[in-house]
Design a protein around this ligand. Structure first.
Ligand code: SF4
Length: 363
């Protein structure tokens, strides 16, 4: 039987949620995090309000961070360097930032090392990092939570454009997937901007709006009816630097006979999507996991066994398998913890026929 001890890799919402659940089940946890803090990307980027309920991110994250702090065997600023199978167990070598190594023996592993935001500099025509007053949605979260949403002139922006699908649904950067959350985050940010600067004009440029499920009313209609956020279906080809540090958007309005758009704004926000980061790639490699066609880690069976990996005893949670909301990541953390508990306490491991997984990849 595997040891009653589980290694959790990653201390974001998915990893911390798995940790919390394992603690409740009486399983010993070893936690490894490559950064110096607990809370993952939401903590790093200082997320302000979470969609769709617009509640402070800290309300959701703080209890999870507390669970992470309670783990005695915790390695911060460290990576999993080597994993060796020893009977039903794994012998794991952990390396810290000084190169010092440690060994831990565990019965199961939960990989929850998450995603990275698309680097908008790869869409050079949008001028991110070159033209002033162009930001990513991931930059804006911190500016909102720290109350410093101002242009380079130090004044609140009066005209704001948000461009969706930056680095997602875009074969030119190798990402054909939809990142699932950026429509909702962008609309949430538009409402937050209008809440703080009521006379600001905020336009969202889109291909499609994907505020699926219950978010349609809570975000899409609310933004238009209560906040007067404008939605423009268009194709934006480039941004140019305008006078007085304005940003001029050039493109086509695809709803109105493809009329040309040349519109100045004080601030432009790029809805940069999600990719599997280098950290998760390293984790997948060291664990011997498989990748699916978009570059994320492939579960055993995405429909039936989404938190089981293709390697026995290794479980998956959160955005390592594809773009996820924070609540989805927390749910998957809980599911992975329960499956890992079943595995270390009763030896339960369900195999999916290889054919099933292979067919899913083809589509
Ligand atoms: S969620 Fe919206 S902005 Fe993000 S990739 Fe999908 S359609 Fe584009």
């Amino acid at each position: 039987m595997p040891a009653n001890r589980v290694l959790v890799i990653g201390a974001g919402p998915a990893g911390l949620s798995a940790t919390k659940e394992l603690q409740a089940l009486g399983v010993d946890v070893v936690l490894v995090e490559r950064e110096s803090y607990l809370g993952g990307t939401p903590k790093k980027l200082k997320y302000s309000l979470l969609f769709p309920e617009l509640r402070p991110a800290s309300e959701v994250l703080d209890p999870l961070i507390k669970a992470g702090e309670a783990v005695k065997t915790r390695y911060m600023e460290s990576i999993v360097d080597k994993v060796q199978q020893e009977g039903d167990n794994f012998v794991v070598t952990i390396k810290d930032k000084n190169g010092k190594t440690y060994t831990e023996k565990v019965g199961a592993i939960i990989a929850a090392s998450g995603f990275e935001h698309f680097d908008s500099r790869r869409k050079y025509e949008y001028g991110y990092g070159i033209i002033p007053n162009i930001y990513n949605i991931s930059d804006i979260e911190g500016m909102l939570s720290e109350n410093r949403l101002v242009t380079t002139k130090g004044t609140p922006p009066k005209r704001v454009a948000i461009l969706l699908c930056v680095g997602s649904r875009d074969a030119t950067v190798g990402n054909t997937h939809c990142s699932r959350v950026c429509c909702a985050v962008s609309i949430k940010q538009a409402m937050e901007i209008k809440e703080r600067i009521p006379d600001a004009v905020v336009h969202i440029y889109y291909m499609d709006i994907r505020t699926y499920g219950l978010m349609e009313d809570k975000l899409y209609w609310k933004a238009q009816l209560n906040y007067r956020v404008g939605f423009i279906r268009g194709r934006i080809s480039e941004f140019m630097r305008g006078p007085n540090d304005t940003v001029v958007i050039k493109g086509e309005d695809t709803m109105n006979l493809n009329r040309a758009l040349v519109v100045p704004y004080d601030m432009v926000i790029l809805a940069n999507g999600m990719e599997l980061g280098l950290g998760s790639k390293q984790v997948a490699k060291v664990l011997g996991l498989e990748f699916e066609e978009h570059g994320f880690v492939r579960p055993m069976d995405p429909d039936r066994l989404p938190v089981l990996s293709t390697r026995k005893g290794v479980f998956l949670a959160g955005a390592i398998t594809g773009p996820k909301t924070i609540s989805d990541s927390i749910t998957e953390g809980q599911a992975a913890a329960i499956k890992a508990y079943e595995y270390v306490s009763k030896g339960i491991w369900e195999e999916a026929p290889r054919k099933v997984a292979a067919e899913v990849v083809k589509h």
